[in-house]
Design a protein around this ligand. Structure first.
Ligand SMILES: O=C(O)CCC(=O)C(=O)O
Ligand SMILES: [Fe+2]
Length: 200
């Protein structure tokens, strides 16, 4: 943990969980470099999900990475992970140091424009470590991100800046849903990385 920047870390949830916004952790050069590298090198695939028994294919692209080619089930579809590439290991090291946690996998999402988003959900998949931290790193376009409490429906909105880190932990997935709302105001793409701990 960087002792000199810890004062800018804030828990954005009022109760029932800890979600720390660390602000910008990558400078502009790093953002441009990693955005280009990931855009070109990641094995991007259109996401498939089974919703109300129907197979749907999203415009958003996704990819899972880790230290082994583990298979995983996400939105009822089973797929195989890709092996770490050097750029992802570099970003994992930065995120681990900044969040003071460790991770063994990463889900990447590519949103081509503001019209693509992700609906309300929580990340409590069976194979994920229970209450493990999820570290979300954002590259490319700035986007709004929203939380909604599962019982009282309270909403918390935050803007995820380019190069910023958001760490969801301690009760966040149990008590809150989160989403990336679609918007007509954003026309450029965004890459998001969520580092997680999967129990293999
Ligand atoms: O794109 C984002 O900021 C969030 C992605 C997300 O919630 C997820 O991959 O589970
Ligand atoms: Fe999520």
């Amino acid at each position: 943990m960087d002792l000199f920047s810890s004062d800018k870390i804030t828990n954005i949830l009022p109760f029932d969980g800890v979600t720390n916004y660390h602000g910008i952790v990558l400078n502009k050069q790093q953002c441009d470099f990693y955005y280009q590298q990931l855009f070109n090198k990641i094995n991007w695939k259109n996401d498939e999900a089974i919703i109300f028994g129907k197979k749907i294919i999203t415009k958003r692209k996704v990819a899972w990475y880790g230290a082994s080619e583990y298979s995983y089930t996400y939105s009822k579809v089973t797929k195989r992970a890709n092996l770490w590439i050097p750029e992802l290991l570099e970003l994992k090291a930065i995120v681990e140091q900044e969040s003071n946690e460790t991770y063994n996998s990463c889900l990447l999402n590519l949103y081509h424009s503001g019209e693509e988003g992700m609906a309300y959900h929580s990340d409590g998949e069976k194979m994920m470590k229970k209450n493990g931290a999820i570290a979300s790193l954002s590259l490319g376009a700035e986007r709004k991100f929203s939380f909604k409490h599962k019982e009282n429906k309270q909403r918390i909105d935050i803007v995820l800046e380019r190069g910023s880190l958001l760490v969801m932990k301690k009760g966040t997935q149990t008590h809150w849903l989160h989403r990336l709302p679609p918007t007509k105001k954003v026309h450029s793409p965004r890459i998001n990385l969520t580092f997680r701990t999967i129990e293999l």
